[in-house]
Write a new protein. Structure first.
Length: 182
């Protein structure tokens, strides 16, 4: 039922997937660029299509009543950015505890433009010993795609270095200026 609703949603909105689903049972999926409130809806739809149960990190204010329990049921993990919690160790321990885990981390940490990605996703993947899968949404073409990077040559994908992941960052969609929208 969930998969059927996801297919209907994607068909109605004109979105398609390119490439296949990640083959790994545990991975950190970096979501880039995170520019829209619709990113979560598309993430959940594509994860239903690929039959991958995702856990995603989000700003703690998304988890307030009345939607908090819904967000947690959808796989949400609240993050309080203003507090210094040891999120890297907590997430690495969660990878050790589970047989399957797809953890989605927005690289910018915000929907606004940032010149640099935050590095938490890299540290979580390194500490947990899991590959990084880069997922991105191309709003211009209405396509979603994933690319896998591994920590060593034993896993599929290219070797994982922070530079290789950042270098393959998909281009940002251009912002419309205030004058162009008039």
């Amino acid at each position: 039922m969930k998969r059927m609703l996801a297919k209907l949603f994607l068909r109605l909105t004109g979105w398609k997937a390119e490439g296949g689903k990640p083959v790994e049972s545990k991975f950190v999926l970096i979501a880039a660029p995170h520019t829209s409130n619709w990113d979560l809806a598309y993430l959940l739809a594509f994860s239903a299509i690929y039959d991958v149960r995702v856990s995603w990190m989000g700003k703690h204010t998304l988890f307030r009543a009345p939607m908090g329990s819904v967000m947690r049921a959808l796989g949400g993990i609240p993050v309080r950015r203003e507090r210094r919690t040891n999120m890297v160790d907590a997430m690495a321990a969660e990878f050790a505890r589970r047989d399957r885990l797809a953890l989605v981390v927005p690289t910018e940490g915000t929907r606004g433009y940032t010149a640099h990605w935050k590095s938490g996703f890299y540290h979580i993947a390194s500490k947990a010993g899991v590959p990084i899968v880069m997922g991105f949404l191309d709003y211009r073409r209405r396509r979603a795609q994933c690319r896998t990077y591994s920590r060593s040559g034993r896993r599929p994908g290219r070797a994982l270095t922070r530079r290789s992941v950042v270098a393959s960052r998909p281009p940002r969609r251009p912002r419309r200026s205030a004058r162009a929208s008039r």
